[in-house]
Design a protein around this ligand. Structure first.
Ligand code: DAH
Length: 379
């Protein structure tokens, strides 16, 4: 075969090579140790000088050309392979990043933060007391004597043993003992003279009770205002301002209903007006107070009243000089009403799906509830 045909044959095969492996096989066939061109080069030695002068440049030229074409084709194939990989492995930076869960704020903590902020704006400080309380502060000082039926009504968790001072100990059944602690602190600090008080006390409370709207541990917020000329008008304005700020509507009405608590006189249960929109209860709106509850109505949200003079006296302050109002409200229920949960037990099951669904982004809320935990007794 004539050298030019051989060369053209290889050039065509190189051109047609689809990958590096077949290209390498062509290289071996042509210019490998025993390749066709290599063998032709070896024939040069046996030629006459004249023949060699003619054939030498032709065969060497063919070898160089084939080697060059293989190198070029190799580079092209490698570039194509790299491009194919880059295309198939490309990262799409426009895709949404996978969701990262950094934990969420529990609705109870969120609501505690919200109400603390609202009352802080009204000039209230936050007071705290222990969850393990003595029965004098939880009951007796609040004008609930030992024989009083209210003690039985509270389904109290008692400790089996008395403490070192022979006091009966219990898990507080309400946040009202923080009233007692706060007034006693003031009486002590002022030598019985007294001074104005404006506090709220959010915290955990305990009763032996469990159904869709009751859990053995729940949360309340207590409010206490003591001054020289406080009356029920102040109570109503304060609660109205709070409820409107909390539910973020100006058209919420309150109804004070005469009631009885041993620690207040007079006492009032406070109802909030609701409307029904698309089958759901909405706090506020124009159907408030409608009887029956199908279109709207009243629902009870808290207990309140003017602090019983006996309670003020029990704390070492002069009830002829100091008077005020108090209220106590379930925080979990506020959270349910505002954020739409219907089973209280799920609040404390620790199910992460619930926490993710109802929880709040930790970056969106102030840290008041975080700062509240773990501190000691009343402020
Ligand atoms: N301590 C009451 C309870 O747990 C709630 C309450 C009612 C608190 C009236 C008050 C009040 O301070 O004035 O049921």
């Amino acid at each position: 075969m004539d050298i030019e045909n051989i060369q053209n044959d290889y050039l065509a095969r190189v051109e047609a090579a689809a990958d590096i492996e077949s290209l390498d096989a062509i290289r071996v066939d042509a210019i490998g140790k025993k390749g066709e061109i290599s063998l032709l080069l070896k024939t040069l030695g046996k030629m006459t000088p004249e023949e060699r002068n003619v054939q030498g440049p032709i065969i060497n030229g063919a070898r160089t050309m084939i080697a060059d074409v293989i190198a070029a084709r190799k580079e092209a194939l490698e570039t194509a392979a790299l491009n194919a990989r880059l295309a198939s492995e490309r990262l799409d930076m426009s895709l949404p990043a996978p969701q990262r869960h950094s934990g969420s704020v529990h609705p109870v903590s969120q609501v505690m933060d919200e109400l603390t902020e609202i009352f802080a704006d009204l000039g209230f400080a936050v007071a705290q007391g222990p969850e393990v309380e003595d029965d004098w502060r939880n009951f007796t000082a609040l004008n609930i004597p030992e024989t009083h039926p209210a003690r039985a009504m509270h389904d109290t968790f008692y400790f089996p043993d008395k403490d070192a001072q022979e006091r009966e100990m219990l898990l507080r059944t309400h946040t009202s003992p923080v009233q007692i602690r706060t007034m006693m602190d003031v009486a002590k600090r002022t030598d019985g003279k007294g001074e104005p008080i404006r506090i709220i006390a959010p915290g955990r409370t305990y009763r032996s009770d469990s159904d869709a709207t009751h859990t053995p541990m729940f949360h309340q917020v207590e409010g206490l205002v003591i001054d020289k000329a406080i009356h029920m008008g102040h109570l109503k304005w304060t609660l109205e301002t709070f409820v409107r700020a909390f539910f973020e509507r100006d058209d919420i009405e309150l109804r004070l209903r005469p009631s009885y608590f041993p620690f207040t006189e007079p006492s009032a249960e406070v109802d909030v007006g609701f409307s029904v929109e698309k089958g759901k209860r909405i706090i506020g709106g124009d159907r408030q107070g409608k009887e029956g509850g199908e279109n709207g109505g009243w629902m009870e949200i808290l207990g309140s009243g003017m602090v019983n003079p006996k309670v003020i006296e029990n704390c070492g302050l002069d009830p002829n000089e100091w008077q005020g109002f108090a209220f106590g409200c379930g925080i979990d229920r506020l959270a349910m009403l505002k954020y739409g949960m219907d089973d209280l037990r799920a609040f404390f099951d620790g199910d992460l799906r619930w926490a993710r669904h109802y929880g709040f982004d930790a970056h969106d809320v102030p840290t008041l509830s975080g700062g509240l935990s773990g501190k000691g007794a009343a402020a």
